[in-house]
Design a protein around this ligand. Sequence first.
Ligand code: SAM
Length: 241
Amino acid sequence: MDPEGMSDREWHQVMGAMDDVGPYYERVNWLITFGMVDRWRKRVASFAGPDDVVLEIGSGPGNFTKHLRSKTVFALEPSSELSDISKKILDPERVMLFKGVGEKIPLADSSVDKVFCVFSFRDFFDRKAGADEMIRVLRDGGEVFIVDMAKPPPGPLAKMLELHVRHMVPPLTRLAVPSVARERWSRDPYRTFVDTYEAYGSTKVYEDLLERTGFDDVSTEYLELRGATMTRGKKPRKSTC
Ligand SMILES: C[S@@+](CC[C@H](N)C(=O)[O-])C[C@H]1O[C@@H](n2cnc3c(N)ncnc32)[C@H](O)[C@@H]1O
């Protein structure tokens, strides 16, 4: 794994880990973010208006999707298991679920207003291809929002978060997931989570990638308590002169 993506074998390991943790996913998220995860999601979802056509990439069990109030939402997810979980909580009138990956989005050019990637960009096997696809499907002036666990530049906060992810996340997971479920795991899925966190570089890497792809006004802000960040960018409007 590296800041740009991962090999096919590593990606399948990540996907296997997601499926393993599926039924306990939100309980674990709540515990490892000290209850903040849904507050972060709600704040990010508030950037989409009711009339925006929205694409969420990596919708998983639908925990972010459910907060979107837009009338048209496309939710793209490679795992059928996670997508099935999301069907129980999403409104089929507004949300269209698609099986697929962010590196090959099954939507037309310039067809959406907002793209959201919430805790999923880190799991892409080819992040540059994903960013190219995001800019392709966005209309001119449309926006992308990438949310991930915070990865600040080297310093005390970075050290604290790294220690949390490396030394607190695995034991907290063991607390949240019943032993009968854990016994079925061939590898602790949260070890894979630690691997992807350590490999993804920093929010600066995400910013550079969006800029290289052609996005304008790229910026990053911390979400509450500084445990997560939101990196955003705009697809430039074509000049009319
Ligand atoms: C940590 S979950 C995030 C789920 C949800 N967005 C949330 O807020 O809880 C990451 C999701 O990204 C999906 N994913 C992994 N690789 C992907 C890819 N290449 N393209 C799109 N989604 C991907 C996983 O299947 C998983 O559902």
